[in-house]
Design a protein around this ligand. Sequence first.
Ligand code: NDP
Length: 316
Amino acid sequence: MVYNRCGKSGIKLPSISLGLWHNFGGVDIFDNCRKLVKRAFDVGITHFDLANNYGPPPGSAEETFGQILKKDFAGLRDEMVISSKAGYYMWPGPYGDWGSKKYLVSSLDQSLKRMQLDYVDIFYSHRPDPETPLEETMAALDLIVRQGKALYVGISNYKADEAKKAIHILKELGTPCIIHQPKYSMFERWVEGGLLDVLEDNGVGCIAFSPLAQGMLTNKYLKGIPEGSRASKGQFLKPEMLTEEKLVTIRDLNQIAGTRGQSLAQMALAWILKDKRITSVLIGASSTEQLDDNLKTLKNLNFSKEELKKIDGILG
Ligand code: NDP
């Protein structure tokens, strides 16, 4: 594993981190969840990313993770970086959604109970709230650190101008924002239009979520939609997103990956990690084989100018 400094903070994150959004819920097979977390840690993936609402049902991924920690990771807490978030709908009424101090503080208390932890390493505001003053959301993050419930704070899904303001407020409060978690992949390149510059200018790290576009940027869907795959479940990755046009693009990218001696998943991850402003790619996985495939990414993170040009041409 290669560990990269997260912005200008004191911590380093693995180039590849594991997210528990899918495949770790109460509906999933506990033994598989356990195998995944153990395998990840064994290959040097020290960072595990959660959120209050991961499941299904919401909250159950944190419970699963808590049970795994208890069973298999006794004495290893100090070798792990664990994150959680609040910002999306979690419970009924006006206090279980968005960015108020009331929601963020109580949600983290609940997350800690579910994971059976005293603190998380990173706590995020999961999305900006257009109604709550940004000052309040950032003050909640600052408070949480002062309460000892998180060591560091970050923001997720904030656009470049929103991120700039949030980073500034946190700096004034004395609790620096160390990381931003945006969606970034070959299919979702919005961060290139300003956000990455803001992060670099302010010494903030970047962890890219859904770097495989939920599995589209792998060889998984080249021959149809396999049973049990995320697209077959149809909730977050809808089969209609795999249009003929998209499949042509995926096939063309797969060919270039072949010429590089990589799987498409490996090339898609390497393509993000080639930018030194990226601290880590935050992948999901449903099997240890996928983890192993993705890990081999680190063998080749270099692209020739011609390869990059070809890829840009395919992506259009
Ligand atoms: P990816 O884009 O990495 O997609 C993961 C899925 O791709 C896997 O579940 C699997 O699909 C498939 N896959 C992975 N590796 C391979 C491989 N080598 N070969 C074939 N298929 C493969 O990421 P996710 O969308 O899962 O997101 C990752 C993490 O990012 C989340 O767990 C979460 O922590 C974070 N996230 C944050 C958000 C935010 O708002 N901050 C929003 C969304 C995600 P299958 O299950 O079908 O086998």
